[in-house]
Write a protein that binds this ligand. Sequence first.
Ligand code: PMP
Length: 395
Amino acid sequence: MEISERVSNIQPSATLALSGKAKAMKAQGIDVLNLSIGQPDFNTPKHIGQAAIKAIESGKVDFYTAAAGIEPLRKAIADKENADHGTNFTADNVVVMNGAKMTLYALGQALFDEGDEVLIPLPYWVTYGEQVKLAGAKPVFVKPAAGRLTVVPEELEAARTPKTKAMILNTPNNPSGAVYTREQLQAIGDWAVEHDIIVIADDIYGKLVYNGTKFVSLLDLSPAIRKQTILVNGMSKTYSMTGWRVGYAIADEQVVKGLKTFLSHAAGNMAAVSQYAALAAVTGDQACVEEMRATYEERINTLYPLLNEIPGFKLDVKPAGAFYAFPDVSEAVKLTGFASTDEFVNALLDEAHVAVVPGAAFGMDDHVRISYATSMDVLKEAVQRIQAFMADHQK
Ligand code: PMP
């Protein structure tokens, strides 16, 4: 049977493919150190699971909920975002969905028409472009000047056409760990307002910033910029809840209506049990968030200098958020004589049993993404193995 052109035109997630290969090797008994992972390595905090169990036992999760999610959860999310950003959203501005991934997909379906263009800065999360294509729109990738991993309005403006409807901005960034400053965001926000470009703000790593870095959201800026922004967020990274699949959008009445109509046919509602777990996450003790954040901070502080000592690995700016480092490895590829970053990464996995993701998956061929959502011991051992691999191949 033939599959649709629409799906033939998109690529399976490269990060999933790489961690799939690493997992398969592990299953064969090979001692793989997996730094290709895009999810927290902590179990979901106990009190969140307990709340879910309670919800099941009380029979609360046995039936469909509203397509946008249960009212108490939407209200709790609105309250939380209002507390973070000084906004005044209500439960009616919130739609909860099956992860931020599904949220972004649903937004694409609700917002874009055939031929619309959507600006996506490099480096980007693998999924953005494919979702834009699934909505019939055209992803337009915007490359920052060499040496920078964040874009400026001039670069966005150069890519803008009369068909440009939106842009997707992700800070803290996957894969680079870069965090946009208030000034940078202000400039992009002003540009978006001036040209009436919708900004989809993927703030999913907003609680994971390190060493005094302040996370600024587009929602923290002027009312005009807020009006131009649709927030995407979720529980996956903040509360280590990837498996529960809880994400949400915060948007104006019109977009919320579009999302609800789309969801009423595409998904019904997100799993009720996960909605109750999310309610406990948002309204419960937030100490777990700080505990996990502090652990990531310790890891990047250890990992950053070690990575920079590897011959040919170049990290100009210390990653300030999320849980990834994105070194330029073009020198390392040259030193070892591999033909491409892809070959380098595959040899590293096959020979040194260290899995990282080639930068091409994020639109930047010269880099690799290294996830530090893994233990300090694994990180240190992985760096040693990369060092040994480099030494072997430079001979
Ligand atoms: N946005 C970014 C930038 C991500 O890295 C991820 C997860 N890898 C998501 C969205 C999706 O997260 P989830 O669907 O688990 O909420």
